[in-house]
Design a binder for this molecule. Sequence first.
Ligand code: FCB
Length: 454
Amino acid sequence: MSSNPAPIRKDFPADFRWGVSTSSFQIEGGAREDGRGESIWDRFCAEPGRIRDGSNAEVACDHYHRWPQDLDMAKALGVNAYRFSIAWPRILPNGSTGRGPVNEAGLAFYDRLVDGMLERGLDPWATLYHWDLPQTLQEQGGWTSRDTVTAFLEYTDIVTRRLGDRVGHWITHNEPWCSCMMGYWEGVHAPGGRSLADAMQACHHVLLSHGQAVALIRRNSPDAQVGITLSLHPIAAASDSAADLAALQRHDGLRNRWFLDPLFGRGYPEDTLALLGEAAPRVEAGDLAAIAAATDFLGVNYYFPEVVQDDPDPTTGGPTRTRLVEREGVERTGFGWEVSPQGLVDLLARIQRDYAPAVIQLTENGSTFEDVLTTEGRVHDTERLSYLQRHLAALRQAMDAGVPVKGYFAWSLLDNFEWAEGYLRRFGLAHVDYATQQRRLKDSGLWYGRFLNE
Ligand code: FCB
């Protein structure tokens, strides 16, 4: 346990953005309503054995109908910003206008949602892609196909023309590592691919689509701030041996630098390209310049640190010839993720030292534990509460050291559909009873509300 006392809001600048973070597929439900098309996650959920509890997100938190109540709850918490994502298959049920018309009802839903935020004094922070690709595009190769970049730009143009007058922050992509590496290489997320070359090509196209979208968003939403959100990890070597220290560099190359380097204008890291060999992506002239488009902020999602060891056997060590090991005797969340507020301090210091973005937004941070709903309707989630407090204290420490963080978004407002884990993992500040859809703030949510209203 860190000795940091619980922080207070006044420790942070008055213009700091305090938020909660959500995503369309994880909360909306309404899967067949108002013309929404199928996404790769709907298809993935329908495949036996993909989701641990055999569930799907057809109803999820029923946010599609209950959004006024959810925004009321966010407002009551005292946040001033609300991060959500737009479901591409609601806007273009077939992925692109070449394959089918724009769905007005989908645009109208996000109109209402954004207006609902503004009415409640919540700044809308919209993520354009939080993993729910239209299934029709997957049938043409999904993110492995360069045509998906074109389709993303068309989708971005349509959405930002419609909402650009009211959305002040646009995030092009959420966590390309997860959507591409877990989706096309590890096979554990939609679309369930198992090819490293596909994953690397998908990553390249996701980054390219980000870079090319920036100018488009600026044109349609001239007053907005634009950025991308990455999942980043502080990484340590399991020992001081030369082999483990080299393993750290290799792992960091694929996990962190592969995304940060091209976004900050350095192209792909040479050492990682060499490791990838034939699995390296095809890059066309001009792509790297496009990816390096200037943005207004870097979105960082921080959950846990990693410890890495040399593993020369390519069948187990993969392209980086590394293996993750677990530190002994440390706190872990219900997911087994190491709890490390210090990891946040280290990560932010490293980003600042190596890349110096003008602004960092902490777009996700949170934890899952086994929650128990008492007969009085309370959830005494002391571990999540402590996680939140200690990560806020760590954030303050990083800011004191000069890291320009301007906002913090707790993942998540509500318990929701946690991807391959289905409903088994609860990350919410509010508990959701999926049988009744009743929401109840947990002790962590009640504390966040007190902190914000102080
Ligand atoms: C992140 C995702 C988010 C949620 C949290 C727990 O990787 O961006 O959708 O699943 O993890």
